[in-house]
Design a binder for this molecule. Sequence first.
Ligand SMILES: NC(=O)C1=CN([C@@H]2O[C@H](COP(=O)(O)OP(=O)(O)OC[C@H]3O[C@@H](n4cnc5c(N)ncnc54)[C@H](O)[C@@H]3O)[C@@H](O)[C@H]2O)C=CC1
Ligand SMILES: CC(=O)C(=O)O
Ligand SMILES: [Mg+2]
Length: 439
Amino acid sequence: MTERQVIRTLIVEIPSAPGSFAKVATAIGNVGGDIGDIKTIKIGTLSTVRDITVVCEDDDELNAVVSEVEALGNGVKILAVTDDVLKAHEGGKIHMKSKTDVRSLSDLRRVYTPGVANVCEEIQRHPEKARYFTSIGNTVAIVTDGTAVLGLGNIGPVAGMPVMEGKAVLFDQFAGISGVPVLLDTSDPDKVVETVKHIHQSYGAILLEDIGSPHCFEIEERLKAELPIPVMHDDQHGTAVVTLASFLTACKAAEIDPAKAVVGQIGLGAAGIAICRMLMAYGVKDVFGIDLNEEAVNRLKGYGGKTMDSLNDLMDTCDIVIATTGVQGLIKPEMVKKGQVILALSNPHPEIRPEDALEAGAAFAADGRLVNNVLGFPGIFRGALNAEAKEITYAMLIAAAEAIVDNTRPGDLVPNALNPAVHQAVAEAVERVASIKAK
Ligand SMILES: NC(=O)C1=CN([C@@H]2O[C@H](COP(=O)(O)OP(=O)(O)OC[C@H]3O[C@@H](n4cnc5c(N)ncnc54)[C@H](O)[C@@H]3O)[C@@H](O)[C@H]2O)C=CC1
Ligand SMILES: CC(=O)C(=O)O
Ligand SMILES: [Mg+2]
């Protein structure tokens, strides 16, 4: 059975006495549950009710958590176990909303016919004005064929929709951008390019998401060459930006010269190859990569990277190990070298849990929840749209990575993705570079 991460909220009644909550927390931890958010629902003289979010490896572990907490007795009661994740997806996560109220006939005539006709004619005369009189300039298509959805593989575009809606939520919250999922029922590069070209006029930019390798490379290259608006495959470049930022921060903290760091990349698909290319372009000389797929390894060699014979060799040799294979648990604790930096970036499950890597001697360890392209893509697109850029260049991506580094607090690997200042800083840095180029 495939292991899956199970997130549930336990609604627990606990006696209002010092130490009672600690017993519940210990019971959850005893059987491997991780505690997430805790919300106090009711404080009574005799008992307190709390929502405790727990993260478990699978249903068996969740059942063990529930039994362990119930076994405490002495007034500790589980009132309910709820699935907040499924609940948060009921009816979908996004909704197209009007910015204008229509309350009177004159509103109606202004917003719709006949008033709207003047605006149409103005745009017909001056097409560039569409950017000001429509939402096009603030709307990004989130295009997927569903072939590499997180590390879940080729689950199809409709099953991938919750991820695309998630990206749209993040676009809205962190960058004020309307993200519109576009689900394609083809992965054929000719058809994808043709389709996106036919619909591109609705959007200010195109974000390609969870399109698997190798077809993602041709699709992105062709769309970049053929469309007059920014196109970026987030799994490649959004991930590479955030990984470069965490790499630079880790090098500084571990006193490693980035140019002399020996980097090992496990998995050379969309994310992996882009990470290697960005590190090499930034001046890192020793970038080694491995993949089960020979074509992927040859692609890396074509870009100037090197390969190794095995995962064990890579783990033995490299100071900094980055993994994007989608394979949970691929890196065993006994493979970790003392002082190594381990970025196990696969979602939803990393190649090694950061706590296990640290316990095995790693100097720094993070997973894909922390080092995540959410730190990059909202600000990158905001900056590109603000600058009315025609493309997202390497210089813009480097500026984004440096802005992320500048916003990282001492002791942290990356900034908190919930901090709006980070997205603002990325957007400003990207816009500045894009505007310089445009002059
Ligand atoms: N943290 C983040 O921001 C991001 C994380 N990712 C994660 O990276 C993973 C891969 O995503 P993509 O690159 O888009 O997929 P992909 O399908 O393009 O690439 C995966 C690559 O890993 C290779 N691979 C699989 N098993 C392997 C093994 N045992 N040893 C060596 N290589 C192996 C495959 O041959 C393939 O080349 C996913 O789990 C995804 O969630 C992707 C983008 C962003
Ligand atoms: C974060 C992301 O884009 C992925 O895991 O595919
Ligand atoms: Mg993705």
